[in-house]
Design a protein around this ligand. Structure first.
Ligand SMILES: Cc1cc2nc3c(=O)[nH]c(=O)nc-3n(C[C@H](O)[C@H](O)[C@H](O)COP(=O)(O)OP(=O)(O)OC[C@H]3O[C@@H](n4cnc5c(N)ncnc54)[C@H](O)[C@@H]3O)c2cc1C
Length: 391
């Protein structure tokens, strides 16, 4: 197969990049190891920054999001005995939208169908070759077991943290930074109306808890747990009891309504950045180049911001042989990556007790500060609601 751009991975980064390129008349081929049903049902992120929503609107992907998503003005921050609302619209002039990654992925899939794009789902053995030459290529085994090869001008790795793209860059061609946190999140999806109108981020001596949601009838909640937690030790009743305690049931008459749990998993917490986000004719975008802990709701938004910068760079490169934006891509993308990496680390370390009494006092002091100083609250709001793409 000859094409302009070979895209490895059909998560949000890969699908959106293919959509943005297609709108400018640039042909791409997308390969994905999982089935379409699996990719579209994968429960992950749920908060879209204002700049993500702005971009989706601009490129014709915002209709269902505005119909079925929920606009949130801010979040609640709390610790035992106190709950405070931070209003991002008032503080920073921007809101966020609640819209599941599953829904965005379905919208992207339908948009690619409408454009006649064939995504190759269910492939195996994806390999990237000759990335530093003028003729890179990608090989894989297709869903029917046939050997296949793509010959593009450029390859884009949108294959998440365990895909082959990052691994294709030799150690000498990259620098990496990593932080592993000594805790994880036990996440549940429950068929019950949320007990809150906006997300509650709760510091508690037993551990952090987050009350999020996916729709008017589906709640998403998280508990801080040890990374080696065995889910068998967390029957539903224990989860709801811990959530109610940590989220402050009884506080000013508030209560948490439990419901049937339909999904349960443990998410490790990690920060990771690789630079540069380019190696010869290979460009990296999204989780393939960086991972953030989910506390700041940044992973999906960073993937969107990367491809928003990369798409025009690739259009200029393949249509006009103008490589200036492509040369600048990694540095420009990494500015936002590091801002979001810092914000996600900051939210994470402020909200997760780690057993150190000195850190506990610092966390309580920070929480009092961001809920009592307009300047501090504005900093949180600006980062959470998201800076304009390109900043
Ligand atoms: C388990 C998990 C839970 C998360 N939960 C949250 C959350 O609660 N809140 C939040 O804000 N963020 C969350 N995130 C982060 C957010 O979902 C990611 O940042 C986002 O999905 C990044 O999009 P992406 O397209 O870069 O990567 P991905 O969505 O990971 O997509 C990469 C795609 O590449 C495919 N692929 C991998 N290997 C190959 C190969 N060899 N060949 C072809 N295709 C390949 C994968 O199957 C996948 O579809 C979570 C992430 C993970 C991994």
């Amino acid at each position: 197969m000859r094409t302009e751009v070979a895209i490895v991975g059909a998560g949000p980064a890969g699908l959106l990049l293919s959509h943005l390129l297609g709108r400018e008349g640039v042909d791409s081929v997308v390969v994905e190891t999982r089935s379409r049903e699996y990719v579209e049902a994968r429960i992950r992120a749920g908060i879209l920054e204002s700049s993500t929503v702005g971009l989706l609107d601009e490129v014709g992907l915002g209709d269902r999001l505005h119909r079925e998503g929920q606009q949130h003005r801010g979040i609640y921050l709390q610790w035992p005995g106190e709950r405070h609302h931070l209003d991002f619209v008032e503080l920073a002039g921007r809101s966020v939208w609640l819209y599941g990654q599953t829904e965005l992925t379905k919208d992207l899939g339908l948009a690619r169908d409408a454009a006649g794009q064939h995504i190759r789902y269910g492939v195996r053995d994806t390999r990237l070759h000759d990335l530093t030459t003028g003729h890179p290529y990608v090989t894989f085994t297709d869903a029917d077991g046939g050997a296949a090869r793509i010959d593009p001008n450029v390859v884009v790795g949108c294959d998440g943290s365990f895909g082959p793209s990052r691994a294709a860059v030799p150690d000498a061609g990259k620098q990496t930074w990593e932080r592993t946190y000594p805790y994880a999140w036990l996440g549940i999806l429950a068929t019950v109306a949320p007990s809150t109108d906006e997300l509650i981020y709760a510091w508690h001596p037993e551990g952090f808890a987050l009350h999020s949601m996916r729709s008017a009838s589906v709640s998403r909640l998280y508990l801080q747990v040890d990374p080696d937690t065995d889910l068998d030790e967390w029957p539903d009743e224990r989860i709801w009891d811990a959530l109610a305690r940590r989220l402050g049931a009884g506080l000013e008459g508030w209560d948490l309504t439990p419901g049937p749990i339909t999904e349960k998993s443990v998410l490790p917490m990690r920060s990771f950045v690789m630079a540069p986000m380019r190696y010869g004719r290979l460009f990296l975008a999204g989780d393939a180049a960086h991972i953030v802990p989910p506390t700041g709701a940044k992973g999906l938004n960073l993937a969107v911001a990367d491809v928003a910068l990369l798409a025009p760079a690739l259009v200029a490169l393949v249509q006009k042989n103008d490589g200036r934006l492509a040369e600048a891509y990694s540095e420009a993308a990494l500015r936002r990556v590091w801002r979001s990496t810092h914000f996600s680390w900051w939210m994470t370390t402020m909200l997760h007790p780690n057993g150190d009494p000195f850190d506990t006092q610092l966390q309580r002091s920070q929480l009092r500060w961001v809920t009592s100083s307009r300047a501090a609250a504005t900093g949180l709001a600006e980062n959470y609601a998201g800076l304009p793409i390109g900043c």
